[in-house]
Design a binder for this molecule. Structure first.
Ligand code: NOJ
Length: 735
């Protein structure tokens, strides 16, 4: 449709119809035959509002999508199609690693390909919009939603945000296989006080601007079609009612012209936050602030018309919001094809295709992080070894995170299956060892309690001990339950559950050769695991190819190459902990006799494994670091060249990281900031030079007088294989 036609359409719509476009109804409120259900009526939706809706959420069944689209279009006075939206976060049926794991790949281009694959499956099955990427910077491992982000670093999140948006949306939204992306949660949802989900966020203007906002802006720059507001308050004002965030910053400063949707019920919750007195005030505040669509409540449907009639809200505001919804529908080509090329036959063809499974495997392998590998216990030999695989994840098929809406156990390869496929010449035994969860702490998922099979704990342990005693090596497959992370999944104790800790302790008594593979949605406190294991592989929730990926990495069919996108704290007392902390006047220098330094008396300051850390099966020597000059100006950058060599005896991949330190500023500066990275694969003995360009844009920050600029002075440029690197050159910025 041409823009003029859209304008004609808008003019012809009644106010009620236009408001209808600003309403999203949850899929579960659409009854069979596409009729309004009791819960929708109870919430206050009238039948007219219901059929006037602009969008729905979480309908994934192909036939149901078609039926709903037909029925709603028939009822809608102008036959305007609905938008079908859903949380396809890490794959449709071809489920790949959770975003935090993807962050560890340091391979945004790969995530772009994953997003494109996810879009292809989702779109073929009838979906138009995915509520992804989530780009909240996350530094507190207690928060369950860290799994949905690509980690603690601003720049890394920016890189992933861009590639993921491009991957989902392709070059033309109207094309088959593209879906609109929705970046979330705007803004700063990733910093809830105490790591407790939905809690308040209090951030200084500088922290917000320099560290938390850039990834959302990167998504906007990449052309993201939608932005979702966040549940949280930000410095006392709910984000969903913040005109500054939405109209001033997002639209006026960043130039976002797409559609803004609230998070689920977030407009309604303005009242619960205590900043409005009723639904009418909430609708007023959110509309004025700039939220175009109300997710899953009737607050807009029930109040906007009256607010316009009373003259409190100008109809132009409604028109503007409605036009954005119509524009997105038009970009998707829905006025010409309301099903957006959805095609069941094609869907069956692409979903879980061989190519898609291969991509899931590639991503799972790249996302695992080898935290430790004492005396090169890994990789395991492919023959002649007696290996006991022990733990509740040995035969588990649920290797995907909670946001895998369409993930299915029958699609997923377990570790046992992965091992059996490649290690036939070893004597492998498998044993569960213990239950996954501590029965004392009931765990609830989105749809009810996690039920674990009743087990005879002693018998399980005995079986595992017997196998462990006879084995040369024990591979422990341990971790959190998927429901421990994700929305509403905050934890105060971030260790693996007690039965598994006990199991590991017992096994370690009879066999010292322990390799632990962890499945998890957050960095964990793994002191106990670390102490008892010669090697630790962080596998996160790797998706449907997880079992194959883990087996291939264990037996050296491929080599780990992941680096932590979020630090593993020493223990929970350290969080929030992140590598780019600030300089303090009393930084701890190791002298424990000096009490007056910034440190804990009982635990270290440093995380157990820092951001950027990750090992592989070979060693890289950073031979030299050279610079093209030592003065950066506004017009002339310098380059820093790092020469690395694979000095081991097998091929491997290293993520070469560039960090910058600003030695003095008008405000305190972080000790290091990631500014570049490159994945480099080298054969044994091979060398390569990796070159980074440092320009003055990279040196900018919010200064004492609140300007975003680079200040002249001295800087270090560090290069290395983790954020702990000390190898650096010095340069100055001359202004
Ligand atoms: C609430 C979550 O915060 C958000 O991330 C999600 O996209 C919506 N619900 C829709 O399911």
């Amino acid at each position: 449709m041409q823009k003029e036609q859209l304008e004609i359409l808008l003019k012809d719509m009644s106010l009620r119809e236009k408001i209808g476009q600003l309403v999203q109804i949850p899929g579960f409120m659409i009854g069979s035959g596409s009729v309004i259900t009791g819960p929708a009526l109870e919430m206050g939706f009238s039948e007219e509002d219901f059929y006037n809706a602009g969008a729905t959420l979480s309908v994934f069944d192909f036939d149901q999508i078609k039926e709903i689209q037909d029925k709603f279009m028939e009822h809608q006075p102008h036959h305007i199609p609905l938008l079908f939206m859903g949380d396809i976060i890490n794959g449709y049926r071809s489920v790949f690693p959770i975003p935090l794991a993807q962050g560890c790949s340091f391979d945004p281009e790969l995530s772009g390909r994953l997003a494109a694959m996810s879009a292809k499956e989702s779109a073929a099955a009838g979906l138009h919009v995915t509520f992804s990427p989530m780009v909240d910077v996350v530094r507190d491992a207690r928060w369950g939603r860290v799994m949905e982000s690509t980690g603690e670093d601003t720049y890394l999140n920016e890189c992933f945000a861009k590639e993921t948006v491009k991957g989902y949306q392709g070059s033309n939204l109207a094309d088959a296989g593209s879906v609109a992306a929705c970046v979330k949660h705007y803004a700063a949802y990733g910093a809830p006080e105490g790591g407790r989900d939905y809690n308040v966020v209090e951030l200084s203007d500088r922290t917000l601007t320099d560290d938390y906002l850039p990834p959302y802006q990167a998504a906007v720059d990449a052309g993201v079609e939608m932005v979702m507001t966040s549940f949280n308050t930000l410095n006392r004002l709910p984000a969903t009612g913040s005109k500054w965030l939405m109209r001033d910053l997002l639209r006026d400063t960043w130039g976002f012209s797409g559609m803004l949707i609230s998070d689920w019920g977030a407009i309604n919750e303005l009242e619960l936050h205590g900043v409005t007195k009723d639904g009418a005030e909430s609708a007023y505040l959110a509309m004025k602030a700039g939220v175009d669509m109300d997710m899953c409540t009737p607050v807009y449907a029930l109040n906007l018309q009256k607010l316009v009639e009373e003259g409190k809200i100008a109809e132009e505001l409604i028109d503007e919001a409605c036009m954005r919804v119509l524009t997105l529908k038009n970009k998707l080509g829905l006025f010409e094809d309301p099903y957006h090329h959805a095609d069941q036959v094609k869907a069956e063809d692409v979903i879980l295709s061989r190519e898609h499974r291969e991509l899931c495997l590639e991503a799972a392998e790249e996302s695992c992080v080898l935290l430790k590998n004492k005396r090169d216990i890994l990789p395991l030999a492919k023959e002649g070894l007696k290996i006991a695989f022990i733990g509740p994840y040995t035969e588990a098929h649920r290797l995907y995170g909670v946001w895998s809406m369409l993930g299915r156990e029958e699609d997923t390869v377990s570790v046992k299956e992965g091992v059996e496929a490649i290690a036939q010449n070893n004597e492998c035994t498998f044993s569960k060892g213990c239950r996954m969860l501590d029965p004392k702490y009931p765990l609830y998922e989105f749809h009810g309690r996690v039920e674990e099979e009743e087990t005879d704990d002693e018998e399980l342990l005995l079986d595992a001990m017997t196998k462990a005693k006879r084995a040369d090596v024990c591979v422990m497959l341990l971790g959190e339950h998927p429901a421990h992370s994700g929305e509403g999944g905050s934890r105060g104790d971030i260790r693996i559950p007690k039965p598994q800790r006990k199991l590991l302790k017992e096994i370690a008594k009879v066999n010292p050769n322990i390799v632990t593979v962890l499945f998890h949605g957050r960095p964990l406190d793994i002191r106990g695991v670390d102490r008892r294991s010669k090697a630790v592989l962080a596998a996160w929730f790797p998706g449907i190819e997880g079992g194959n990926a883990v087996a291939r990495l264990l037996f050296g069919e491929s080599a780990p190459s992941g680096k932590l996108a979020m630090s593993f704290p020493y223990n929970v007392a350290q969080v929030p902990v992140h590598y780019d902390h600030f300089t303090t006047a009393r930084a701890f220098n190791g002298d424990i006799t000096n009490r007056f330094q910034s440190r804990y008396l009982d635990i270290p300051n440093d995380p157990l494994y820092p951001f950027g850390h990750g090992l592989t099966y070979t060693t890289f020597d950073y031979m030299s670091i050279e610079q093209s000059g030592d003065v950066v100006t506004c017009d002339s950058p310098v380059t820093v060249s790092v020469r690395i060599k694979n000095i081991g005896n097998r091929a491997g991949t290293e993520v070469v990281q560039l960090y910058i330190r600003d030695l003095k500023g008008s405000v305190v500066r972080p000790v290091k900031k990631l500014k570049g990275f490159e994945r480099v694969t080298l054969e044994a003995g091979e060398e390569k030079t990796v070159t980074f360009t440092i320009d003055h844009e990279m040196l900018k920050f919010t200064t004492a007088d609140m300007r975003f600029e680079a200040e002249p002075g001295e800087f270090y440029a560090y290069a290395g294989g983790s954020s702990r690197t000390e190898r650096h050159v010095t340069f100055t910025f001359a202004g």
